[in-house]
Design a protein around this ligand. Sequence first.
Ligand SMILES: C[S@@+](CC[C@H](N)C(=O)[O-])C[C@H]1O[C@@H](n2cnc3c(N)ncnc32)[C@H](O)[C@@H]1O
Length: 225
Amino acid sequence: MNGHEAVERTRRDYDNVAELYDSMVSQGDDVTGTLTTAMINAFAGLVHAGGSDGAVLDAGCGPGQWTDHLDRGGTRAYGIDLSPAMIAIARQYRPDLRFEIGSMLHLDAPDQSIAGVLAHFSLIHTPPDLLPGVLAEFARVIEPGGSLLIAAQITDTPGADGWIPYDHKASPAYLWSLDALTEQLRAHDFTEFGRMRIAAPAPGKPPAGYLLARQGPYLSESADD
Ligand SMILES: C[S@@+](CC[C@H](N)C(=O)[O-])C[C@H]1O[C@@H](n2cnc3c(N)ncnc32)[C@H](O)[C@@H]1O
């Protein structure tokens, strides 16, 4: 499967499961939800600390629950997703927010126009050879000093290139280690700010990882010691 076919496959697969996915998201898991919310709020906090009044992009937003969360918390946000069915659901929940069909591989945004990008379990389906292109797009659109939060199922035992295939229920996917993802980010001038690992929910299932990064070097105005 080439890159274009892989992306089309992901679009089709998520169109087919969009309603089921939305109902699973609505049921949620309280413990994981608390950790996730804390990390997404930290991402929003980092965006605001940077003093930007730009919007953040929820890239691969699915039914838009985190776009909604960010907006309710006072962070301007919009979502894009490959899947028209996902975007239709997101628009039903929040017709007042901007949700567009689009691909992370070619973002429809000017250079340095976005305060931050949230990629919440949406990079896992990107074939590994296309991941640098997606991160280059994030680096292109995020303002200097802007923020990036990546969440993904991860592996603690990656292959030589930093990833292994993942037998995901919805669509072919890939597990990276947090260290390998950080290396990839570094190659695109992102600096890791913090990370979180959530234990596997059941035997045989992967853990989840969160990586919070900043575009450019990690500089704090008060860090003079
Ligand atoms: C597991 S769901 C996550 C949805 C949502 N972010 C969440 O946290 O529930 C993955 C989503 O990423 C989208 N996606 C995958 N690859 C994408 C790409 N290259 N560009 C845009 N969306 C993509 C899929 O269509 C799907 O809606």
